[in-house]
Design a protein around this ligand. Structure first.
Ligand SMILES: *[C@@H]1O[C@H](CO)[C@@H](O)[C@H](O)[C@H]1NC(C)=O
Ligand SMILES: *[C@@H]1O[C@H](CO)[C@@H](O)[C@H](O)[C@H]1NC(C)=O
Ligand SMILES: *[C@@H]1O[C@H](CO)[C@@H](O)[C@H](O)[C@H]1NC(C)=O
Ligand SMILES: *[C@@H]1O[C@H](CO)[C@@H](O)[C@H](O)[C@H]1NC(C)=O
Ligand SMILES: *[C@@H]1O[C@H](CO)[C@@H](O)[C@H](O)[C@H]1NC(C)=O
Length: 668
């Protein structure tokens, strides 16, 4: 007992040390910031690797998540973590993954993840799982079977035990931190109401049942033992770790829970960001559970896939906790067509078969990072970027599990949102955006022929996720000459800061030359005004030629407010799946319109004789822009025409022709 508890103290001490390195998950300030593990510089998270040295393998891990792990240890379990430490692409993106193997009667002993909510899916066997809240230590437990999913809210003490005497069990966990941390501690475990089963506790503390009972009887001696532990220096560290834990719960990353949990009250008439909280006294273990049958194959649709998403609509306990999970089935040659999640990074694990996967970075590079994945492999897609999966096998289906860093990630299937919105986007806008004649465009996926990708991703109220971190000082002017690459920019020495760091003679009153699509976006972001670093805002002037447009695009990291300075604009945005509703409006001089973060939107000057001008403010120092047509048809290297032909439901020849075009960019 004494020796194992000192191990826990050591664990707490180590955890404390790692907390100092990463207090919370920073929000991304660019498409990705792959961790540079060799950098000697210590920052919050890791410094970024040079983007030109980044390749698909930084987003890939041959994790062999299909292979059983050895559970020949005392507790009878083995946790294989896939976090930023062995998966550098996860840096700044706030998500990680684990495979957990359980021997017969094996236990993953009571522990906490100080920085993450965990969403556990049983892949094999039956588990007894539970968590204990902070004072007054209520205990929620449940027996979960293959295919079931259970949530452990952020920083709560929790455990799993394999109830089978003969068979092993396996689970996969998604955690909403790039480095969730683990602390296994005894505190509060003995005092929960009702108590945790002594079967679990005996194995966790590696004592005989009767010894444990003896300890409860011999309370005085136990008391002495506790006192002697309290006196040791390492227990002071434990205390420090616990205090630190409490304060970190208050400053949690987005979306920030401000209590142990806030189970969604689906019947509340009150509308808030996410959902109002159910009365905690009415909460029970089923609010954290779903018999989701994630082990069972799904029927696939016309594009050959089926996404079964378990989000806050299915598990109300996920509310405010920033994570969800999905099973994806792929028919032979089936695909999950090009789409984005406006509010989440995704980690995908292949359970069966082979997948060709990829994502495209934002303008101007539109680089395609693609990879062929085999069973057990893991790949990640950074927040807001266009990505896809394709099963290249003509005979075998494929299956994957995806973890997403939002309780309601949203999905925007490009072809559906662009060509299938209700009401449709004007064909004049689309013809110019896709740089094709109207006839070719009408040949591309008519709205009725598009098969919407399942009624899975119910759009609830928009989750505002601040993508830019709060400043930790008055200002942190970007040091553009610093050799250190961090999330955003390193700070210039405040002694060297002057007013010009907050200034740009941008001539935003002067007309710009417009391009092939008839517009020109002059963006003033952190690259132009270094003082914007960490401050979460930027601005743009947009010029529109007569009949010019700013073609359909998304900003992966910003909401936009547009003000018309001159002329008239027809503007709109399309909501995420399944509705893909177009909200459009004709704006006059002086009018203002908002485009929510991550949604596809456009502006068009309907006047054949007069130009138009607008000013846009964006809620990020580096909002990023993904021009749909350019990213989809103009990526370098190109996305396979087989994938695009099926996604847009046209002949391969049409795709090849589109890919051969020069995709002019108006938007950097
Ligand atoms: C885009 O490409 C240019 C030129 O090759 C390069 O300098 C720049 O670093 C690239 N940007 C990113 C984010 O990869
Ligand atoms: C977990 O499994 C791996 C692979 O089977 C093994 O190398 C490792 O020692 C195991 N860890 C524990 C704690 O049993
Ligand atoms: C997905 O699979 C479920 C179960 O097989 C089925 O009910 C649903 O209609 C499928 N959705 C699509 C879009 O094919
Ligand atoms: C989507 O459409 C359905 C059916 O018209 C409607 O009930 C639902 O409220 C819509 N969702 C949103 C977010 O507009
Ligand atoms: C935008 O306008 C500026 C100034 O007229 C010009 O230098 C630039 O090339 C234009 N960009 C595009 C994409 O047309």
């Amino acid at each position: 007992m004494a020796s194992s508890s000192s191990l826990y103290l050591l664990a707490a001490l180590l955890a404390l040390a790692s907390w100092q390195a990463i207090a919370f998950d920073p929000s991304p300030l660019q498409d990705f910031c792959v961790a540079d593990m060799k950098s000697p510089v210590g920052v919050n998270g890791f410094p970024c690797k040079n983007p030109m040295e980044v390749n698909s393998d930084d987003f890939f891990n041959a994790a062999k998540f299909d292979m059983p792990r050895s559970t020949m240890n005392k507790v009878g379990s083995n946790v294989t973590n896939l976090n930023v430490l062995n998966f550098p692409g996860l840096n700044t993106l706030g998500i990680s993954l684990a495979r957990i193997d359980y021997a017969p009667l094996g236990v993953n002993p009571p522990h906490i993840h100080p920085r993450a909510t965990e969403l556990l899916t049983v892949l094999e066997g039956t588990l007894y799982v539970g968590f204990v809240t902070s004072n007054p230590n209520r205990f929620f437990s449940k027996v979960v079977h293959k295919g079931d999913t259970f949530v452990f809210p952020k920083a709560m003490i929790h455990f799993q035990m394999n109830l089978d005497h003969n068979k092993p069990a396996v689970a996969q966990s998604s955690l909403n931190s790039q480095n969730p941390g683990v602390i296994t501690i005894a505190s509060a475990v003995f005092g929960s109401k009702p108590p945790i089963s002594d079967d679990v506790l005996t194995k966790a503390f590696q004592v005989e049942k009767k010894l444990e009972k003896q300890q409860i009887i011999q309370q005085e001696e136990e008391q002495k033992l506790i006192q002697s532990r309290m006196a040791s220096p390492s227990s002071l560290c434990l205390l420090a770790a616990l205090l630190a834990l409490i304060s970190w719960q208050a400053m949690a990353s987005d979306p920030s829970p401000v209590q142990d949990f806030c189970v969604a009250d689906m019947h509340s008439p009150v509308r808030v960001n996410g959902f109002a909280c159910l009365n905690p006294m009415e909460v029970n273990a089923d609010h954290f559970f779903k018999a989701a049958k994630l082990d069972t194959p799904r029927k696939t649709n016309k594009v050959g896939s089926n996404v079964t998403l378990i989000n806050v609509m299915q598990i109300p306990g996920l509310n405010t906790l920033g994570i969800s999970i999905a099973r994806i089935d792929y028919a032979p040659l089936g695909q999950n067509p090009p789409h984005t999640h406006p509010r989440a990074t995704e980690i995908l694990t292949v359970l069966e078969g082979t997948l060709y996967v990829g994502f495209v970075t934002s303008n101007p590079n539109n680089t395609l990072f693609s990879k062929v994945l085999n069973k057990g492999d893991v790949f990640m897609f950074p927040q807001g970027l266009i990505h896809f999966q394709f099963n290249p096998n003509p005979h075998q289906p494929a299956v994957a599990i995806a973890a997403l860093s939002s309780q309601n990630p949203g999905a925007i299937t490009i072809a559906n949102a662009v060509f299938g919105s209700k009401p449709p986007i004007s064909d004049e806008v689309l013809a110019k955006a896709f740089q094709v004649e109207k006839e070719i465009q009408s040949q591309m996926a008519s709205p009725s022929s598009l098969c919407l990708l399942a009624a899975l991703l119910a759009l609830v109220s928009w989750q505002t996720i601040a993508s830019d971190p709060s400043p930790l000082q008055d200002f942190c002017v970007a040091d553009e000459h610093s050799p250190v690459l961090v999330n955003g920019f390193a700070c210039l020495d405040p002694k060297h800061v002057n007013a010009d760091h907050f200034f740009k003679a941008a001539m935003l009153d002067t007309p710009r030359k417009t391009n092939k699509v008839g517009s020109n976006v002059t963006l003033i972001n952190v690259m132009q005004i270094p003082g914007l670093n960490t401050l979460g805002i930027s601005i743009a002037r947009i010029d529109y030629a007569p009949l010019g447009q700013n073609p359909p695009h998304t900003h992966p990291r910003a909401t936009e407010i547009l003000t018309v300075l001159e002329g008239t604009l027809y503007v709109g945005f399309v909501t995420s799946n399944p509705n893909n509703t177009l909200f459009s409006k004709v704006l006059k001089k002086g009018d203002v319109f908002v485009f929510p973060v991550g949604l596809i939107h456009f502006q068009f000057n309907p006047n054949p004789h007069q130009p138009a001008v607008a000013i846009a403010a964006l809620s990020s120092q580096n909002p990023g822009a993904i021009t749909i047509a350019n990213a989809v048809f103009g990526s370098k290297p190109p996305i396979s025409d087989e994938v695009l032909a099926k996604a847009f439901q046209v002949e391969k020849g049409t795709i090849d022709w589109l890919q051969a075009q020069f995709w002019e960019n108006n938007h950097y």
